[in-house]
Design a protein around this ligand. Structure first.
Ligand SMILES: C[S@@+](CC[C@H](N)C(=O)[O-])C[C@H]1O[C@@H](n2cnc3c(N)ncnc32)[C@H](O)[C@@H]1O
Length: 279
């Protein structure tokens, strides 16, 4: 059966060596300026990856704070733990745990920390979850009353080939490893947070790269973009049946042409960042 976790493990184990050569470190530095962090805080970081947010949080919380990162990719965690062993001053405040962030209730290593975290940080991962409201509901239980979450959600026009393939696969009834269809604009995640007992305090649009936030593809790039996403690691668990791949390519081209304006498909390389307080 298709597994979001197996796909994430595969994709991020493969990406680990080059992960921090990408735009992520620069983006995370800007994201963390929005994180409400204080000395002594306890911080939970679901989908922590190589620990970009975790190490910055560990600096901010000081020697009496605690930062717990959770991830399913052994490759990413290995990188985080290697850095932890190099950073002697921060190491005692950091823990990295291998677990599914969507089911923290079964994570025995989190022990007595339920309802104790001052802040939860999840960056560049949330649209990998099938049930966004259910995940917020589960995470809310780990945050203390009055504690906060900072979570980013990709802009609806970010990585447009990804938006199009998800739509096409849904039409074909084939599972795809991310779930962005619900994220239609700035208010989509605000509504989910509010419906799960979180008061939204900040919404900010942050570009993935400091330069070139808007770019466009040509309408004639449909097939090339389809091949690129259909051959990516994210498709590793897709089992194409019969002529499904050809049909998907055809549907992708039609959808791509329908969203083009003046021969161009516009993309916005940005994420909405939400800071919300548990009420
Ligand atoms: C794009 S990386 C982001 C890493 C880090 N938050 C950052 O911004 O650098 C996405 C991470 O989510 C992790 N991930 C995906 N699904 C997960 C799940 N169900 N539970 C825990 N981690 C998951 C992946 O293994 C990967 O490390």
């Amino acid at each position: 059966m298709y597994s979001q976790i197996q796909t994430a493990q595969h994709v991020y184990d493969v990406r680990t060596p080059d992960y921090e050569k990408s735009w992520h470190p620069d983006y995370t530095t800007r994201l963390m300026k929005l994180a409400p962090l204080h000395e002594g805080d306890k911080v939970l970081v679901p989908c922590c990856g190589t620990g970009l947010e975790s190490f910055m949080a560990a600096e901010a919380v000081g020697p009496h704070g605690l930062v717990v990162g959770v991830d399913v990719s052994e490759g990413m965690l290995k990188e985080a733990r290697a850095r932890q062993s190099r950073e002697a001053a921060l190491a005692p405040r950091l823990r990295f745990i291998h677990h599914d962030a969507a089911s923290l209730g079964t994570c025995t290593e989190l022990g007595e920390l339920e309802g104790k975290f001052d802040l939860l940080i999840c960056s560049n991962a949330f649209v990998l979850f099938r049930d966004p409201a259910g995940v917020v509901r589960g995470w809310r239980g780990w945050v203390r009353d009055g504690g906060r979450m900072i979570i980013d959600i990709v802009h609806e026009k970010s990585f447009v080939p990804g938006v199009v393939i998800e739509k096409v696969m849904a039409q074909l009834g084939v599972a795809w490893p991310w779930n962005r269809a619900w994220a239609r604009g700035r208010d989509s995640f605000k509504e989910i947070l509010e419906s799960e007992g979180m008061q939204v305090e900040v919404i900010e649009l942050l570009n993935t790269k400091s330069e070139q936030p808007v770019l466009s593809y040509g309408v004639d790039q449909a097939d090339e973009q389809f091949e690129s996403v259909a051959e990516s690691g994210f498709a590793c668990n897709v089992r194409w049946q019969g002529d499904q791949r050809e049909r998907a390519k055809d549907l992708f081209r039609k959808e791509w042409e329908s969203i083009a304006m003046d021969g161009k498909v516009e993309a916005v390389n940005a994420l909405y960042v939400y800071v919300a307080r548990k009420i």
